[in-house]
Design a protein around this ligand. Sequence first.
Ligand code: ADP
Length: 430
Amino acid sequence: MDDFAIKINKLCKDYRLYNAHLDRVKETFHPFRKKYHRTHHALQDVSLEVRRGEFVGIIGRNGSGKSTLLQIISGVLYPTSGNVEVNGTTSALLELGAGFNPEFSGRENVYLNASILGISKSDIDNQFSDIESFADIGTFIDQPVKTYSSGMFVRLAFAVAVSIRPQILIVDEALAVGDIFFQQKCIRYMEEEMKNCTKVLVTHDMHAVMNLCDRVYVLDQGKVGFEGSPIESVEYYTKAMQNELFKSSMATENPVQSKLENDEVGNYGGVGWVFVDTEDRAGASEIQIVKARLVSGLEKQPVMTALNGDLLRLEMIIESSVALNSVLFGYILKDRVGNGICGDNTLSMATPTYSLESGLYVVSLIFKWPDIAPDNYLMTLGVGQGDHPLHHVIQCWAHNIINIKGLNDKEAVHGIFTNPIIECEVATIE
Ligand code: ADP
């Protein structure tokens, strides 16, 4: 038996775009076949493979081709060229409303959907109460679905999609419209009840991607821009977004790159430094983080581990290519799947920002290792500009530069960190 569930080879999807509605008609009847359209390549040369049982995420900015790809995999849309092989029964949760008749009740739509999927009435009779209880929309099940909120709609759509016990489940962002309790219920269901089912999820929810997926494809203008582990892919995607935002020209020659070979910077300040690669940086780039290290707060020896309460000193060498005011510094500590655990920036301090001339600086941030669960953590460092805590320019992010193992001599940390119970009362009930 083949080991793959979905195999796509050099897939292309073109759309014809017309400036005016009538242009399509004019083109059809033009005696010399004059073209009135321009071609838009929604997908170009996309190749991907999903193995049986894998949970694959697809991320990318709006318009990058994610929905088009899922519609082709689900057989709703035909490709312009390329091959798509889908190996197994498929259930798809695409655009909200697809496959439902708005005039029919929820109950009638369940039967309608089932008959489209080739499931007999008696099978659905048997399953109906499960679908109804999963959807949990009460008496709305007998109301026309045009009266449903988007949340109710997705509840019923998900319940129907999973009721046929598909071998492949395809979900296009739909879950995002459900409330958080329902989202959690669907996630638990997918994890527990659909372990062996192949799943493909399009989403903008990076936490879901990190927590659920085995592998992630990043689509970029209709092409596969990146494929890798969730953490690598989310990093690739967020960096690409940030770079676009700040119009940073990562591809052009980078002034700091030359400094990396410069002994002045390379040998500065002892041992334990981690150089920041170009691909680990993002931001407006007038200031760049060249290298960084974490040392003990007192002896200034490089550290690889930290105990709760340890005083640490995060040092970074930065280069400013221009004179800038209102420069701030900060860090974020991330867990092994990339969730931000904690962090801070200098805006919270008595001296929140600094004025820099062009040149090199060493910046030291001193903080205590927090009371968090023992595990490996990564530090992302940032230099910004501005004085608003939420809205300031990111000059440079240096992503996941420092790796540190948190130890903890406490008996137990509950969750990521322990939030102490301030008081406990136990009273008898008469
Ligand atoms: P995403 O799901 O990543 O937001 P889509 O797959 O919806 O992206 O769209 C990819 C590109 O194809 C976009 O530029 C979009 O405008 C275009 N597109 C999608 N559907 C059509 C259509 N029916 N006609 C013309 N262009 C379309």
